[in-house]
Design a protein around this ligand. Structure first.
Ligand code: PLP
Length: 391
């Protein structure tokens, strides 16, 4: 018996169609980036040195912050920011809709994450909900600028001022974003960044904390490097959470292009917004917070699954069959993560928005290299998948 079967139409086949796949992201390095790393390698100075310092100076300034400290990754950046600002046993408000690190590092600090629901239009922390969840033990807010978009910073700062809270903004996804005309490094007690490979400024691994307070900057620097004030003199216990100069060299080289690449992402997002309006009954793109300028780390939308006969995962599979990859950020809310089950007893209300996003969010290809042909392919694929799945 022949094992050759007739190929199914692309839209119902699990296998990718015989058409080029649109790149989901564009993480390639340029020759200049590679040369910058080679220079570090040839110098033999591999540890955090002049390249990390250059990055701190340049990205710190671009972010509007007085102090910038590179570190090993965005998770370490959160830990280094939380440790001096929050105490063991504190309740800290944190989005139910974020990457796990924002809340997990609160737990590492010995704090209780108090999960706040998401705003349905933006997917960002809902500050009206946050105000309702404040407890007697609450001392801070850890808010994530999700998808490239700043949160409602005025509302965060107002709540913080009212209660004397400390504020950390997790900016792992939102390098160079602005709020009411100001770079996001101007706000809060500390802002943390990730340079993970896929981030807008990716180096493989890497991170940074910015702040505007001299004493806090000193504390973070001490914690980053075993509390060392001079060679082998340790003022306090700390960690080795330093970055290295190979990563620093990549970041500095890529930073030259970041403003132009960010502008290209913003143009791509505007184009998506425009083209997707045709599918308004089925697709709602995440909106930017009023007053914010997003840098579109991701272009994420919500599927109106009630109007479709397929699940989000099936929708994504059928797009892939048309050569259009997509991704899910994220498949479940943080309160739905088993990792946080011991903190569920202290939560006062459910998270209807965040919990529902897990089944309906979808991120489309987003990078500075999207072409007319890519957009044609993406929009045609979406049109086809919707036509095949209308409820
Ligand atoms: C919102 C957010 N916070 C924190 C992190 C952690 O950064 P890293 O992977 O560099 O530790 C990430 C990375 O994915 C993130 O997206």
């Amino acid at each position: 018996m022949s094992t050759v079967t007739k190929p199914a139409p692309a839209v119902v086949s699990a296998a990718p169609a015989a058409k080029p796949t649109v790149p989901f992201m564009l993480p390639q390095l340029h020759e200049a980036d590679i040369e910058a790393v080679n220079k570090v390698l040839r110098s033999g100075m591999l540890r955090a040195a002049s390249k990390c310092e250059e990055l701190e100076k340049r990205l710190g300034e671009m972010s509007g912050a007085k102090h910038a400290m590179t570190c090993a990754n965005g998770t370490c950046a959160l830990q280094l920011a939380y440790e001096p600002l929050f105490k063991r046993g504190d309740d800290v408000l944190v989005p139910a809709w974020s990457y796990i690190a924002t809340a997990a590092m609160l737990v590492a600090r010995g704090c209780n994450p108090i999960f706040v629901d998401a705003d349905p239009a933006t997917g960002q922390i809902d500050m009206n909900d946050a105000a309702k969840r404040v407890t007697k033990k609450t001392t801070g807010i850890a808010a994530t600028h999700m998808y490239g978009t700043p949160v409602d910073i005025d509302a965060v700062q107002d709540l913080a001022k009212k209660h004397g809270f400390k504020v950390v903004y997790d900016c792992a996804q939102s390098h160079l974003s602005t709020y009411k005309g100001q770079p996001v490094g101007k706000f809060g007690d500390a802002v943390t960044y990730s340079f993970y490979a896929t981030k807008n400024l990716g180096t493989g691994e890497g991170g940074m904390i910015t702040c505007n307070d001299d004493a806090l900057a000193r504390q973070i620097k001490l914690l980053r490097s075993h509390g060392e004030t001079e060679k082998y003199l340790h003022e306090q216990v700390g960690y080795n959470y330093r970055m290295n100069d190979m990563a620093g060299a990549i970041a500095c080289s890529r930073l030259d292009r970041l403003p132009a690449e960010t502008a290209a992402r913003q143009q791509a997002a505007a184009r998506y917004d425009n083209l997707l309006s045709e599918f308004a009954a089925y697709i709602t793109p995440m909106r930017a917070t009023p007053g914010s300028v997003s840098v579109y780390h991701l272009y994420t939308l919500k599927l109106n699954i009630e109007k479709l006969r397929c699940s989000r995962d099936e929708f994504s599979k059928q797009l892939m069959a048309e050569g259009v990859p997509s991704a899910v950020h994220y498949p479940r809310s943080l309160p739905q993560q088993p990792a946080f089950k011991e903190f569920m007893g202290m939560q006062t209300a459910p998270w209807p928005i965040a919990d529902s996003l897990g089944a309906r969010v979808l991120s489309l290809p987003m990078h500075h290299g999207l072409t007319d042909a890519h957009f044609d392919q993406i929009i045609n694929a979406i049109r086809k998948v919707i036509a095949n799945n209308k409820a």
